[in-house]
Design a protein around this ligand. Sequence first.
Ligand code: GLN
Length: 507
Amino acid sequence: MTDLTRLSAAALSEKLAKGDVSSVEATRAHLDRIAAVDGDVHAFLHVSDHALDVAADIDRRRAAGDELGPLAGVPLAIKDVLVTTDMPSTSGSRILEGYMSPFDATVVARSRAAGLVPLGKTNMDEFAMGSSTEHSAYGPTHNPWDLDRVPGGSGGGSAAAVAAFEAPLALGSDTGGSIRQPAHLTGTVGVKPTYGGVSRYGAIALASSLDQVGPVTRSVLDAGLLHDVIGGHDHRDSTSLTDVWPSFAEAARDGARGDVLKGLRVGVVRELPDSGFQAGVSASFRASLALLEANGAEIVEISAPHFEYGVAAYYLILPAEASSNLAKFDSVRFGMRVTPSGNATVEDVMAATREAGFGDEVKRRIILGTYALSAGYYDAYYGSAQKVRTLIQRDFDAAFEAVDVITTPSAPTTAFRLGERVDDPLQMYLNDVTTIPANLAGVPGISIPSGLAEEDGLPVGIQFLAPVREDARLYRVGAALETLLEDAWGGPLLDRAPALTTRGGVS
Ligand code: GLN
């Protein structure tokens, strides 16, 4: 019998619709896979104890002839930044250990309504601050391609779960690259939608002007199917766009079939220095450009002179917003409380709780953010960063006059070793050089696997960016390139991953 965990969500959903397989069987296969490998991968912080009941309910509804959506019965992993009523939501932090939300995030509610089967909550850097998942208070996630390496971050858990075939689909959040950079490092697909395209209601806020929720999958079509479920207007999120969106699954099917590459103007950023990129990352990127060109695309050099200031601006804007968002973890309203002995005041309790509950990276950013916002420094730091943000937005506007999409490698290097950069914040921050501009400008981005780096055999991703609201274009272009690459490889990149030999010996 087919190993149900190896199927794409699209293929699994076809089998479910035909009655070849039940949701209980599909869900059990994934729970078994989690039991076999997650001791070593550590993609999950919590595995649902009632996923099989949810699956059985979908099977019953299908048998009763209910009208079900295309992903009904397909298992789903959920990044722990998204609150859920039936499982704890910690955002990777000790301060929220065991926290149960009284409501579901909108994307979770929509997934449930569409019949998806939540498998569990995935590991992440604490409050989504990081690029390796090593800042999780619950220990790091390991990259399924090589357990001694990081899966990227902050959504390393969602990416690793999908790459290790523990889940066909996952939800992530992307504030500066946390969906796209882990996709790059694990050979998976990740989409950051247009800002406002997917509800952030119930996504524990990191930096509200940058955060977006999006799909983490193994194919562009699967990402489109999940985006169709979670996207669209939500009156509970004041930044939610009221647009009526086209079907992104249709866009992906269109791209895979058609000739969207003919005449497509693909922009390459002149100022992104080759020097900062690992040789194998640059080589894979250039090979993809050649393939695009051979199939009718026109490669156009564009200038985005302010991209290089993106990281600096982001690491002022993000801490500023985060310091404000995290003020609600005050020992009174949510999560843990530490009461020092003696006559402790409210301030003492708050300080002791935050000291014990927050990790180093979170403290670092709160200090940075409050400093950048303080009187006398506001204009010099926060104000300047916001001006840079405007300049980056103008770079995009000008570039999109000349090209249909912009492309970059999704990150400068392949997966690095656990421990290698965790004590060097600047090195960690520089991972985000190609992903951050999209968050600062609110434009959508997709990362798809582009190949393996020759020097280490690890996956590399290519990123496409489109103008605001043009997410469908990314699905078309992404699916077109994915089809060409997979034809050349003879199948998905993940089929070429070394068998996941866990320390317990299971593969
Ligand atoms: N690496 C980025 C950061 O540390 C990514 C954050 C994110 O997208 N959640 O801020």
